[in-house]
Ligand binder design. Structure first.
Ligand SMILES: Cc1cc2nc3c(=O)[nH]c(=O)nc-3n(C[C@H](O)[C@H](O)[C@H](O)COP(=O)(O)O)c2cc1C
Ligand code: SF4
Length: 414
């Protein structure tokens, strides 16, 4: 398969500008600066590029939402990468930082922003070091700073360490954190970042992978880029494959790639002759699919949604028959109970109650009633909270209980 985003992951010293330049780094920025900003937005729209941070929103459409005549504007790169199961942005940061910088600068030109913040997961010390060095090299060569490449466009780029909370990856939580406050999400509406974001100014928040795809959109042209994927999801995606597979890792696949091929051919299938019992297709926030439901599905936003789950950040976690689903739910709930930012009662209290009920069942002290209570409490944060963290804990919990109820009942009966 042809690789784009990951093409240079194995190229030695690609993080150095001298090497990246030999492979065409910043050529697309130069091209973009000769175009009108609006033309760049239209080009990205036409490519079918969708966000790889979770929601799969059209990148070009988001860029077009910036209100006219409101300045300053910001671009914020979401490099918080904290959804359990997702580990692909890190590779871009570490191995091809200039690809990301070029994409972010093209975005900044397209939306006329003069500052880019790269908000990097706090634990990513090494990727931050690599990015800082790449920014410095790019600045010295005139790709960042005043009058970039002799144009009228000036743009500064800064990294910012994440505050060590999952919720700082949610775009408005991220913005609060960048402003130096607790990373607690804002109400949407009115706080859609493209209109009212960082310091109340228009702010484009895009995931690392989304922005790293932008130079490829320009290089290949929007039609060719779109044709790599499906009619509604253009290009390729970096799938983080983990769990019960022999070859876990990050695989670049075209949007619409068959899940079975990813699990069995690229991933080598479950180790020790195991059998797949379930698949989580989009990180811990996505509903679980039984092996039967997952069979034959394609990895694009629509197909995974049709199967009853979501592609999210394409974090595919394979579960074989050796894994206990109640135990998995316990790990998931422990994570969410710890990470809730605490603003909404349904989320703050609900996650704690769900965790305690799940623990009671696992400890062999549960009653049948606890399974129903767990299911009922899981309803509360769905659609009633400030941010999508609520549904992100509700959906997986309800799906584990519905599809693998017998495993929970066995804990009571046995
Ligand atoms: C609880 C929660 C955590 C999130 N964590 C991340 C994250 O770590 N990285 C990311 O890119 N997006 C994350 N998102 C999605 C962002 O809010 C936002 O949709 C995304 O950064 C937009 O970029 P995109 O359009 O390029 O996908 C998270 C969303 C929620 C609700
Ligand atoms: S849903 Fe949870 S994480 Fe999101 S704002 Fe409410 S309490 Fe915070």
């Amino acid at each position: 398969m042809e690789r784009y985003l990951s093409k240079h992951f194995a190229t030695p010293d690609m993080r150095r500008l001298s090497v990246a330049s030999k492979h065409g780094a910043y050529e697309m920025l130069e091209r973009a600066l000769k175009m009108e900003p609006g033309e760049v937005v239209e080009l990205v729209k036409a490519s079918g590029l969708r966000g790889h941070g979770g929601a799969g929103f059209s990148a070009g459409l988001k860029w077009s939402f910036v209100p006219k005549d409101t300045f300053p504007r910001y671009v914020t790169v979401n490099a918080d990468e904290s959804e359990p199961g997702t580990f692909k942005d890190r590779l871009i940061l570490e191995r091809d930082p200039h690809l990301l910088l070029e994409g972010a600068l093209i975005c900044a030109w397209a939306v006329q922003a003069e500052t880019i913040y790269i908000y990097i997961r706090g634990e990513y010390f090494y990727p931050t070091k690599v990015m800082d060095a790449a920014i410095e090299e790019a600045r010295q060569k005139g790709y960042i700073g005043e009058r970039i490449l002799g144009s009228d466009f000036s743009c500064q780029v800064y990294t910012h360490p994440g505050a060590g909370m999952y919720i700082c990856g949610e775009e408005t939580g991220l913005i609060e954190s960048l402003e130096g406050k607790k990373g607690q999400p804002r109400f949407k509406p009115p706080y859609y970042p493209a209109a009212i974001g960082l310091w109340q100014a228009p702010t484009i928040v895009n995931n690392v992978e989304t922005l790293a795809a932008v130079p490829w959109v320009m290089r290949l042209g929007p039609e060719k880029f779109a044709s790599l994927g499906t009619p509604k999801s253009g290009g390729t995606c970096l799938a983080s494959l983990s769990g019960s597979v022999k070859n876990p890792g990050v695989y670049e696949i075209p949007m619409g790639f068959p899940l079975d091929e990813l699990i069995y051919e690229l991933g080598g299938g479950p180790p020790n002759g195991g059998k797949v019992k379930a698949v989580i297709p989009g990180g811990s926030s996505s509903p679980i699919l039984t092996a039967e439901e997952a069979k034959g599905i394609k990895l694009d936003f629509e197909s995974v949604a049709d199967a009853g789950s979501m592609l999210g950040s394409a974090a595919i976690i394979v579960v074989d028959e050796s894994v206990s689903i109640p135990q998995m739910l316990y790990w998931v709930l422990r994570f969410y109970a710890h990470e809730s930012c605490g603003q909404c009662t349904q989320c703050r209290e609900g996650t704690g109650w769900m965790l305690r009920l799940c623990k009671r069942l696992l400890d062999g002290k549960g009653k049948m009633r606890d399974i129903d209570d767990l299911d009922e409490i899981a309803d509360a944060p769905d659609g009633t909270t400030i941010c999508a963290f609520g549904p992100a804990v509700s959906w997986p919990t309800k799906s584990y209980l519905k599809k693998f109820r017998h495993e929970f009942e066995a804990l009571v009966k046995e």
